[in-house]
Ligand binder design. Structure first.
Ligand SMILES: *Cc1c(COP(=O)(O)O)cnc(C)c1O
Length: 354
């Protein structure tokens, strides 16, 4: 039976990527060896790493603009501390838009003063703070572009006179932005790019080298840049699959092409949530995410019935995060419009049944 995978992460990846990845595990590049048993210093793997790094910059429109792309380990959660380790000398600003932002704040506090410039904690993160004033003496301002758990997404980014750092784990490569407004972008691969195990970090090189503390090599962006993202053994399989996904995206027409499809998916689902009295959206309308749609049943007693219909339709991964409850439909790049259609059909069937 065909499955429709709405999982929040790890999540759906393009079928053709999965096929190529599985073949490479058996034999890579006609070498008579598997991708995961050859040296990461071999010409064949170095090409994969170089290609993945170049594709990331190309798709983001950041080639030749002083940026470097790295594929690191330790998840986006390690970037919470690496960002502060490498950039926080005295004071940093954070916009607290959810669980992940809150965790990044906790790590940053180990390295210096942290100002919560804006927060939506007062309403359990169902909106994006606006109209906040950014102090002008910050080492950097940190944002989370898409709040995976609460289903909110920043639509308009602040203009600031300091480095802008953004956790884009759950919406990187999903919409057209002027990515050059950011000085450091990071994203765990498992939401929109590949399997868990690698994190893409895109850094404008000139923001580095400004803190006075000593940085351990593995946590030092400069070390990783100087070694072309091969300071130690990189996660070869996640990097390879990420490269395949980026190639898939490029062949599709890049970010603008996928954005068009993502907009259609989001419109289809959100209009159903709005019109169908059985369901209610969680996030404020103007801030809702095109990647993760959070919603609840207006009558909890219908849960069993809805879950059953979803299961029969092959829908997977629709349960909301425990801090919000209800449901969350994650519509990452590789989820088809058809899958969203299947979910919307089940939702309208719920309404018909009354
Ligand atoms: C999933 C997620 C993280 C955590 O990623 P890990 O790779 O599990 O450390 C951080 N930020 C956001 C926005 C996420 O969605």
């Amino acid at each position: 039976m065909q499955k429709h995978n709405f999982s929040a992460g790890p999540c759906v990846l393009p079928k053709e990527v999965m096929k190529k990845a599985s073949e490479a595990v058996i034999e890579f590049n006609g070498l008579g060896l598997s991708l995961i048993e050859i040296s990461h210093r071999s010409k064949d793997f170095v090409e994969v790493m170089d290609n993945a790094r170049a594709l990331a910059l190309e798709l983001l429109g950041l080639e030749g603009k002083g940026y470097q792309a790295l594929f690191l380990q330790g998840g986006a959660s390690t970037e919470f501390l690496m960002v502060a380790y490498n950039l926080l000398e005295k004071k940093a600003g954070y916009i607290n838009t959810g669980t992940w932002a809150d965790k990044s704040i906790k790590e940053a506090k180990l390295f210096g003063e942290v100002v919560e410039v804006g927060s939506s904690k007062d309403e359990n993160y169902n909106y994006i703070p606006k109209g906040y004033v950014v102090p002008n003496d910050l080492d950097y301002l940190h944002l989370t572009s898409n709040n995976t758990i609460f289903g909110t997404q920043i639509k308009k980014f602040p203009t600031v006179n300091m480095p802008l750092v953004c956790d884009m784990s759950s919406d990187i490569f999903s919409r057209v932005l002027d990515f050059s407004q950011f000085d450091l972008i990071y994203a765990g691969a498992q939401k929109n790019m590949g399997p868990a195990g690698t994190t893409l970090v895109v850094i404008k090189e000139d923001i580095l080298g400004k803190v006075s503390r000593q940085i351990p090599s593995m946590l030092d962006y400069k070390v990783h840049i100087s070694k072309d993202s091969m300071f130690n053994t990189p996660p070869v399989f996640p990097v390879y699959v990420s490269m395949l996904t980026l190639e898939w995206l490029k062949n599709l027409g890049g970010i603008s092409a996928i954005e068009e499809i993502n907009n259609k998916k989001a419109q289809l689902l959100y209009s159903e949530i709005e019109l169908n009295p059985v369901f209610e959206g969680y996030a404020k309308k103007e801030d809702r995410s095109n990647m993760n749609a959070t919603f609840t049943l207006t009558d909890e007693r219908l849960k069993e019935e809805f879950d059953k219909l979803c299961k029969e339709a092959g829908i997977n991964g629709l349960n909301g995060h425990r801090s919000v409850g209800g449901y969350r439909a994650s519509m990452y790049n590789a989820l088809s419009l058809e899958s969203v259609g299947v979910l919307v059909d089940v939702m309208s069937e719920m309404e018909r049944k009354g």
